[in-house]
Design a protein around this ligand. Structure first.
Ligand code: DGJ
Length: 693
């Protein structure tokens, strides 16, 4: 007899669970939308013969599989009590449904563990939010090695997994691995999200691609260690688990104590990688917590870092602010170098007060100058860090993460503060609150410039999890106290881009590599998981500081237009023509940000080194076409734009201060035959505006 069927339906997807009442419910389906009145037929186990050389009652794939009592796949839980209770099997379950949320409580009275699963579907964007809670119901401590935040089913024809890794200055490098018989597993043990360990992936079914085919995406909402694994099951399906990677001994639950995992956001789309991205964008927009409750147009910003580095001269910075205002900048961000003794990266992190040598009257004169020019003032901080050469560490040598009798491991000459010590977070809250109270600061750029090695508390226990939780708590406290202040998440560029920190921040710094050509690929990776309006994208100096390559302002600006537009160079060194060109691009970014941000985006590639990015909606869109390499064809190929719906469109090329002749096309022509774009040199871009007639 089939058990009780629970189904959740979204716009384009459904999931189905079967509860047989004798253990963890079974995963039956996650995929394209079923009819409201679908019938699941016989129960999973009812017409399934027992294979030879098998347990007499094989254990099927459940919502939360556990090791030791007949499930031979990856377990959702690895835990023990001093070597005992390592095998778990649920004897009782209770599922409750509230709208499109299911909660499932599982009990193992023998091993003394209780697991609660939450699965909520946002039917508008087909994104599931899943999490797991484990409670120790035994009378001795439970050591937890692994607790999966989500266990998801993938269909047998899932063939490839697209994931991203990278490094400082080289984020979001795309990789596609074939899914075979062996376990696919990716672990990040760097203590923060990291450049390397993007905590999410997209699984592609059959020949799914950019715009079509069945694709499944998942990402872990956590700014620390992570683990993702995909495993072939003996019925041809695969299970996908995501959660926090735990260090040995890190989690020890006392009797009655509960461990809650981070959330996993997961989605399924019939529209390939682009469909998964669009679903994630809607979900991320729902998680963003904007001052005033809604996003306002993203202010074009200027960041002082690559223009000035540590060399701060208030008089020159005031001139820079004037130049910034004159080209249309709306937010002026003073980066690293402003605080006591910070002349290079060897000292002063932790001493969060203005350098009286550089700023004898403090930061107020500069900040007021900026606001008097009509711009917002933003300030860089790196709260979780401390230099050994700082007043803070000299006063509190036990505030840094360290293990007794082991050397302090520095990176960029800095150590990491133990955020979970109440005195540390109290000090940081006080220091940041003083700055935010004394100065007209509208924006903090919150940096984190190293991996954790090791994260250990004063007794020497691994403290990765609590480091992240304490950082979130500090961010939440600051947001509550200063709700108007926006925050940018930065970690040496894109080392902390994830859905866990998202509710506390409003922008991610994508990468310290501002090289526009490198950014084309990198930004596409970012946009797989996050929406464009929170993707920091700047026009920088030429040659670019991180790669030495030079690109025209127009190409850099057309790449930066994809995201939250910014400028990061010394404007005072630009000649008049370049300054005017940049001003025209800033005006362009402002004119079109209503279409570039907040709507749907599509990304694709065409022949002969062409890459394109489209933004807007089905009735009005911009398409930016990039030439990434010298043309090899004598004539340019048209660029098919498969996202464009049938119907009549008026299309014209647009440029700063100018636009081309309107032409009329049918959307189905543009989608299949393509838009004829002019030939052009490498590192050039053309931008097209289309509107339904
Ligand atoms: C790393 C960031 O990614 C840069 O943008 C800059 O803020 C530096 N840190 C400052 O030290």
């Amino acid at each position: 007899m089939a058990g009780q069927i629970f189904a959740l339906h979204g716009r384009a997807t459904s999931l189905v669970i079967e509860d047989r009442g004798d253990g963890a419910p079974l995963w039956r389906y996650w995929g394209p939308r079923l009819a409201d009145d679908f019938a699941a037929g016989p129960g999973l186990l009812d017409e399934r013969p027992v294979p030879s050389f098998s347990l007499d009652e094989p254990v099927p794939f459940a919502l939360f599989p556990t090791f030791g009592m007949g499930w031979f796949g990856q377990s959702g839980l690895l835990a023990h009590r001093d070597g005992l209770d390592f095998a778990q099997s649920f004897t009782g379950s209770r599922i409750e449904r509230a709208g499109t949320t299911l909660t499932c409580e599982l009990n193992d009275s023998v091993a003394g563990v209780e697991v609660k699963l939450a699965i909520a579907l946002d039917p508008d964007c087909d994104v599931l939010t899943l999490s797991t809670e484990l409670t120790n119901r035994g009378d001795a401590p439970l050591h937890v090695q692994w607790l999966s935040a989500a266990v998801l089913p993938l269909p047998p024809d899932a063939r490839r997994v697209r994931h991203f890794s990278g490094r400082h200055n080289g984020e979001f490098v795309p990789h596609t691995d074939g899914l075979g018989a062996a376990l696919w597993r990716k672990e990040n043990r760097r203590g923060l999200t990291s450049h390397w360990g993007v905590p999410g992936a997209v699984v592609l079914v059959d020949d799914a691609g950019d715009h079509s085919g069945l694709a499944f995406g998942a990402q872990l909402a956590w700014s620390g260690n992570s683990l993702q694994q995909i495993e072939l099951l003996d019925d041809g399906r695969r299970q996908w688990q995501l959660g926090e990677w735990l260090a040995p001994g890190e989690i020890r639950l006392a009797p009655g104590e509960t461990l809650a995992t981070p959330q996993v956001l997961a989605t399924c789309s019939p529209d390939g990688l682009g469909g998964v991205a669009a679903n994630f964008h809607t979900a991320m927009r729902g998680r963003l917590d904007w001052p005033g409750g809604a996003m306002r147009p993203r202010p074009v910003l200027l960041n002082t870092w690559e223009g000035y580095y540590f060399d701060h001269d208030p008089a020159r910075l005031m001139q820079l602010a004037e130049a910034a205002a004159s080209v249309g900048i709306e937010r002026f961000v003073l980066d690293d170098g402003w605080f006591a003794g910070r002349d290079d990266d060897t000292r002063a992190l932790g001493d969060w007060r203005p350098d009286s040598r550089k700023y004898p009257d403090g930061l107020a004169p500069l900040a007021r100058h900026v606001t008097a020019l009509g711009m917002e003032f933003g300030l860089w901080v790196e709260p979780e860090m401390v230099n050994p050469d700082s007043e803070l560490l000299r006063a509190h040598p036990d505030w840094a993460l360290a293990i007794a009798d082991r050397p302090m491991v520095t990176a960029r000459n800095q150590l990491v503060l133990d955020m979970a010590q109440p005195a540390v977070s109290e000090y940081l809250f006080g220091a940041l609150a003083t700055l935010l109270t004394d100065l007209p600061i509208a924006y903090l750029k919150w940096d984190h410039n190293r991996d954790l090695a090791p994260a250990a508390d004063r007794r020497g226990h691994a403290a990765y999890h609590r480091q992240v939780a304490a950082t979130y708590a500090l961010l939440a406290r600051l947001r509550a106290a200063f709700p108007e202040v926006e925050i940018e998440s930065c970690a040496g560029g894109g080392g902390r881009i994830d859905a866990g920190i998202l509710p506390y921040v409003h922008r991610f710094w994508t990468s310290d590599c501002i090289d526009a050509l490198a950014r084309v690929t990198m930004q596409r990776g970012f946009l797989q998981f996050m929406p464009p309006e929170i993707m920091g994208a700047h026009v920088g100096a030429s040659p670019c500081h991180s790669t030495g390559r030079s690109f025209p302002i127009a190409f850099q600006a057309a790449v930066a237009c994809q995201g939250h537009f910014g400028v990061e160079l010394d404007l005072l060194k630009l000649d008049e023509a370049d300054r005017a060109e940049l001003a025209a691009w800033i005006a362009f970014a402002k004119e079109w940000r209503h279409l570039l941000h907040g709507g749907r985006i599509w990304n694709g590639a065409a022949r002969d080194g062409v890459v394109w990015h489209a933004a807007g909606n089905r009735d009005e869109w911009l398409v930016i076409v990039y030439r990434t390499a010298p043309m090899q064809q004598a004539h340019a190929s048209p660029v098919p734009l498969p996202h464009i719906a049938p119907g009549q469109f008026a299309v014209r090329e647009i440029r700063p201060g100018d636009c081309g002749t309107v032409r009329h096309f049918d959307g189905s022509w543009l989608a299949a035959a393509g838009l004829a774009v002019p030939p052009g040199p490498p590192h050039s871009a053309t931008i097209w505006h289309g509107v339904r007639r």
